[in-house]
Each structure stands twice: as C-alpha cells, then as structure tokens.
Write a protein that binds this ligand. Sequence first.
Ligand SMILES: [Zn+2]
Length: 337
Amino acid sequence: MKVLVIDDKSNDGSYPRKGLLDVLEQRQQITCDIIEPEPEALKQKLSKIQAGEYDLIIVDYMLERARTIFKTGTALYSLIHAYAHSTPIYLISVKTAPTNQIGDFDLFIKDDAINDHAAFKADIESHRALRSCTSPNAFLTLIQCPETLQDDIVTMIKPILAKPESSTLENENQIPEKEIVDSLNLRLFRWLARSLLRKEGPLVSKAGAAGLLGISLDYFDSISPQFDNALYSGIFSQSFEKRWWGVLLEDKVFEKTDPESYLEKFPFKEAASRLLGATNENDLSKCVVCQGLYPDGLGIVTDQENELLPVHISCSEFNDTLPQEAFFRNPRIIEVE
Ligand SMILES: [Zn+2]
C-alpha cells in the first residue's frame, strides 16, 4: 500500500508528520512518498500516479504560495486529478474552516490518529472503496445497510448522487466548495463524516443506543455485546466511535421471549429495559434535568464537552444554531442554572 503526500513542508527535517509516516511503514507496510509541490518533483510522480501506483493521494492545501508555482492547492489538485483515474485524492488543510472538515483529515495530521496504524490502513481501504462507488446499491453495500433501511438511505443520498449543491462564496482560506461538489466520492464522504457517522439518525451513538433501550450508559456497557450484530461495520467504521443501527437494536428486543407481555403492556423503552433485565432504578435511563425515567431525547450542555446526555424534549431547548437535516436529530440544549 502506497500513499503520495504533497506537502510544502516535506523538506523540513524536523517535520513531525515524517516521523509518524516512518512508523506507519514499519508497522503496516504502508509506504509514503512525500514531495514538495515543485514541478520537478511532481513530474517524476505523475507517471506513477497515472499508472495507479498510489492508493491515496493527499494534497496539503494551504501551500505557502511564495514557494510554489501552484498558486493554490486547488490548482495542484486539478493537475493531479487529470492523471489519477481511480485513485482517491484528498485535500487537507490545517486551517479551520467549515469546508476543510471534509475528509476529517485532522485525523491524518494529528499524531493520535496516525498512531493507530491499523485504522489508518483500513481508512485508506475505505477511501479506495468509496472512490469506485457510483450507484446507490454500491453505496448500500459499502455501508452494510440493513435491508429495512435501504429505501430510507437511498432517499437520503439521492440528492448527493444526483446533483452538486449550489456553490457558496469563495474564501481563499477554504477549500472551494466547487472542488468538493465536483467530486462524487468527496460528497459521499462528507455525508458519511458529517451526518451518518456523526449525528443521531439511522445510526445511534452509545448514548443514543442506551436511551433507545431505556437504560443507563453503564448498564448498556455491561450488556452491549449482545447487540454486536447491530454495530455499524461498513466503511470508515474504524475511524469513528462505535455506532449501532437503531432498527437492529429494536429487532433484537422484539426477538426476546416476553412471557409477561411487557411489549404489549408498556411503551417500548420501558418494555426494553425490563426485557434486558434492568431492575435497579440506577440501570434505567434518566433525564439529567428532572430525573424522570425514560426521557425521549438527548442534549448537550453548552460550553461543556459535547457529551450527549439523556433529557426530555420538554426539559431542554431546541438548538437553533445547527442546520436541520431530514432523518437526523440534532442534540437539544440543556440549560444549567
Ligand atoms: Zn426531564
């Protein structure tokens, strides 16, 4: 496996990324060519790019302009794109800007992510798989979508497959929106990274799974292995926190023997918690505001860690700072006095 990194700091001997990539080679046999964005260095690589020798090409976007003939990372990207027929190309930037979050290539820049060598390798494999995905069915296979959700997921990704969104105003500190919307795999990746693998929706976080089942986080931890077949195991599963398909969690509960007919007598969360053997009140999900059982939402306390906490919709506020997206639920805002 081979990665090409084009980076204007690559000749800097003390550059930390280099050391990390050396370790990557030792542990996972992933070799990296790191070059400066100079015409001579690049010329030598273009034929290799064309021959498909690389599994991933990473372009560091915020090139220092005085040092290169390429005015922007985008110009460089366009050149490489003309040569790379099937290799995924990702633009990265250390600048914080909304569009630069694509690729979560902070993952690449940060030491802790690159230190997880097996995950980094799986990441490259996921990027490659996504690069060759052009149809809804191929996408469903890549994310290993449960059958009952296939129609919903196709509805969600149809606009992504069909037509680029309208461009936003250009800002030279951001990867131009156009570069992202022109590329189907970047559009799909962005949806995976920002929506499916990030928000509560068809997939739920651990807090979401516990809330759905009416139990506490600790109790869910103690019984979660029985829900392993509901875990998301599609592409990029190695790069994100564990997530579960909500419908498969529910299926698992419905499959349980229910001699007391809890599922008929009680609302789902209560029935689920009973069927899962949560008998102690501390094992049940509880609203962080009113301490009532089986709250119907999740929220965050502003200015704190973005930890999702169980809360009633009625005990929390609507978060109007986040855009609404069909099929996904934004965290509520929990006011603390
Ligand atoms: Zn409450």
